[in-house]
Design a protein around this ligand. Structure first.
Ligand code: C2E
Ligand code: MG
Ligand code: MG
Length: 630
């Protein structure tokens, strides 16, 4: 037997033979245990646990090459986890020949050395060029001496054995599948089964490196939080799964759809990603997500806001494209426009936007802003009862920049305060001038969310009114629902302070802020202004008319003045009058006009009857509500 033969050998030879015998024994056990692991479907776990134990190594991992990518699989509390390969892994696998290698880590890769390794050994399990497989062990456990050449030979034999054993029983495929499953789990979102952020980012990077046209669409559900809060997380999850299903039916390879997290999804377009195509895709996705979802016996409308960004010389990497799509998505949300493409002037990090901040600051200091006034008409009498002051930025060449193009910048920079102050000053002075001329209409001024945190605001308004000599009831401050909802405590405090001065308050863009109608009862407002989108929609959509009627009725029952904005036709004016909407504003009466033109307009229409504004058959029908002109 082996023992008797070794008895006659020298001590070192004895040690060698004992070692070889032990190695054989261990390899045998290794192969058997690997077989068991294969049967239980846990090849990687089995392989790593055995290799670690046999080599007395504290750490063991598997490096799997797959289509030029490398992944690291490691045992973590009995389960395999997939990790991004480290610098060490990359160093080990580049230039590795057929033979195994042993490295002293110190001096090899600093980051790993600091992790505490001293030594690693690497061996190939399979030398398939495209999908190589390496086994790595590191650090001797306990008091055992460090790895030596004999350990490396044993380790190589072990790896070769594993390779043959797996190959022989046709289990390489099994291992491959297991790697793929783990791979899939690491690259996919477990709820929807879609690729996850990690995978999306990698594919995006690869696309930027390889393809000409690349675009990203970021999709955020509009009412996910409502669903989650009212129908529970279970239904929230079901909604996300269904959204994922709809998106993956729509988006096919080479394009890619992923869930980035929460209710945020992303689409990568590499197939003719032109501006027109991105918009078309955005609209198609929006349309698909507009369709109701069936949840808990309810039809739920989720809706989505989508931002798109195209690769340009200035946006030539994944993070920039994603950030731009994010900026565009927030614009789409703010504007209720479903899809928007990235525009530098709406991006507060873009150089264009930063340049604009500087120019706007200078313009405010030099008082280069001007106000246009748009009349508001009493639908019962035809009288002008108000004028909304709308700011314009006067350029040195005489052109005007519309507020939508710079109010956002002001709101994001703090410039909104000096801007609002200037607008207040100019409009109150103009209002006082008109008041002295005998006109009795209110001047409406728009405030932004960041104005409603200034405690001194009401006092400032009071001082300006007094200096100009305009009675406070001739000033109307417009706040949007979103402004109020953003910071209700402080906003209502300031609203009350303004009210006690005698200033009137309007809720602008009413209906777009998702707050409940009954919420209004708690607000110290005196007016609601129905958003123009509802008024426009009345023309084609009967439900919009129902909504408008409901708002008018509610406002009236709360004793609020109801104003409709965006009235572009006589037809609409007369329908609103029928609904007993008190006041209307819109292009049908007049566009916003500079002071001189507004005054000319006022003079021309002096003495005009209400019938001049409200035409059609409904005039007779509503004749009785037309008060005689005083
Ligand atoms: P807003 O307060 O809802 O103002 C009404 C907007 O609707 C104005 O656009 C007006 O020109 C437009 N409009 C009025 N009638 C019609 C119509 O019949 N059809 C259509 N299609 N549009 C109509 P404008 O002047 O471009 O102002 C846009 C927004 O900018 C305003 O919406 C307001 O939110 C903001 N804004 C304007 N001036 C100021 C300001 O001084 N301060 C602040 N914070 N925001 C302002
Ligand atoms: Mg307004
Ligand atoms: Mg409005």
């Amino acid at each position: 037997s082996v023992t008797t033969r070794t008895a006659s050998c020298s001590t070192s030879a004895l040690a060698r033979v004992t070692e070889r015998y032990k190695a054989l024994e261990m390899l045998d056990r290794f192969t058997q245990n690997l077989g068991t692991a294969v049967l239980s479907g846990r090849v990687i776990e089995g392989l790593l646990a055995e290799a670690g134990e046999i080599m007395h190594a504290e750490k063991a991992w598997l490096l799997a090459g797959h289509q030029h990518h490398l992944a690291r699989f490691r045992l973590d509390d009995e389960a395999t986890v997939r990790e991004v390969p480290t610098e060490l892994d990359l160093a080990l696998t580049t230039g590795l020949g057929e033979a195994g290698q042993m490295f002293a880590v110190s001096g090899l890769v600093a980051s790993e050395a600091t992790e505490g390794f001293e030594q690693v050994m690497i061996a190939r399990i399979r030398s398939d060029e495209a999908d190589p497989l390496y086994l790595v062990v590191a650090d001797r456990s306990g008091a055992v001496r460090s790895f030596d050449a004999g350990d490396l030979r044993l380790f190589e034999t072990l790896a070769a054995h594993a390779g043959i054993a797996l190959q022989n029983v046709g289990l390489v495929d099994r291992l491959r599948r297991e790697i793929e499953v783990t791979d899939h789990l690491a690259a996919h979102d477990s709820l929807t089964g879609l690729p996850n952020r990690n995978r999306f980012n990698k594919t995006l990077d690869a696309a930027i490196a390889e393809k000409e046209s690349v675009a990203v669409l970021l999709i955020d559900l509009d009412r996910f939080k409502d669903v989650n809060d009212t129908l529970g997380h279970h239904n929230g999850d079901r909604l996300l799964v269904e959204v994922g299903r709809r998106l993956s039916q729509l988006i096919k390879a080479p394009n890619l759809v992923a869930r980035l997290g929460g209710d945020e999804f992303a689409v990568l377009l590499t197939d003719s990603a032109t501006e027109a195509e991105v918009i078309r895709w955005g609209l198609e996705i929006a349309e698909e997500l507009e369709q109701p979802f069936q949840l808990a016996d309810l039809e739920v409308q989720a809706g989505a806001s989508i931002g798109g960004a195209l690769r340009t010389p200035a946006a030539n990497d994944g993070p920039t494209l994603l950030r731009q799509a994010d900026v565009a998505m927030y614009s789409a949300k703010g504007d209720h426009s479903q899809i928007e493409l990235y525009a530098p002037h709406r991006d507060h990090y873009s150089p264009e936007r930063l340049a604009m901040v500087g120019k706007l600051r200078a313009a405010i200091e030099r008082r280069e802003l001007t106000l246009h006034y748009q009349p508001q008409i009493d639908l019962a009498t035809g009288e002008v009862v108000g004028a909304e002051a709308l700011v314009r930025w006067l350029q040195p060449d005489g052109t005007m920049v519309a507020p939508d193009d710079f109010i956002g910048v002001a709101e994001h920079t703090g410039l909104i305060r000096p801007l609002t102050h200037l607008v207040l000053e100019m409009s109150i002075e103009q209002g006082a001038r008109w008041y002295r001329q005998g006109h009795r209409f209110q001047i409406s001024v728009n405030f932004s969310p960041n104005n409603m945190v200034q405690r001194s605001l009401a006092a400032d308004v009071g001082r300006l009114l007094e200096q100009a000599g305009l009675p406070p009831q001739y000033l109307m401050v417009e706040l949007t629902e979103t402004t109020v909802m953003g910071n209700p405590g402080r906003t209502i405090e300031i609203m009350n302070a303004l009210r006690s001065l005698g200033v009137n308050l309007s809720i602008d863009d009413f209906g777009t802020g998702h707050s409940s109608l009954s919420y209004l009862t708690g607000l110290p407002a005196t007016e609601i202004k129905i958003d123009k989108s509802f008024v426009f929609a009345m023309e084609t959509d009967p439900t919009a008319a129902t909504v408008v009627r409901a708002i008018v009725d509610l406002g009236r029952s709360l004793g609020l003045l109801v104003v409709a904005e965006g009235v572009e036709s006589a037809e609409l004016a007369s329908r609103l009058r029928e609904m007993q909407c008190a006041v209307a504003q819109g292009y049908h009466f007049s566009r916003p006009l500079p002071v001189r033109e507004f005054e000319r307009w006022l003079a021309e229409r002096a003495g005009a009857e209400v019938d001049q504004w409200v035409s059609g058959q409904s005039i007779e029908h509503t004749a009785q509500v037309v008060a005689p002109k005083s």
